[in-house]
Design a protein around this ligand. Structure first.
Ligand code: FES
Length: 88
């Protein structure tokens, strides 16, 4: 598999082409993709197939992307999300 570079929470890391963002996070022991809007509780991968929307995360500046069904791409910027990710 081809190795690619992505930015995860400001840190440049190696990933594999075709790997999902969710799998990349788990590989790097990053279980939470976001926090809840109320009480800031951590959430992460649950169903792993795009159904539950628990794994929302910010990718390339776009909030609320599903980590489990989004494949990494060269130069992708991935940022764990606080709440809905919307700027108040
Ligand atoms: S883990 Fe359920 S939608 Fe991603």
């Amino acid at each position: 598999m081809t190795q690619i570079r992505v930015i995860l929470n400001g840190e440049s890391i190696t990933s594999r082409e075709g790997q999902s963002v969710g799998a990349l996070l788990l590989e790097h022991e990053q279980r939470a993709t976001r926090t809840t809007r109320q009480n800031a509780r951590p959430r992460g991968m649950f169903c792993g197939i795009g159904i539950c929307f628990d794994c929302l995360i910010t990718i390339n500046g776009i909030t609320n992307q599903r980590a489990c069904v989004t494949n990494v791409e060269e130069g992708m910027t991935i940022q764990t999300q606080q709440g809905s990710g919307a700027i108040a």
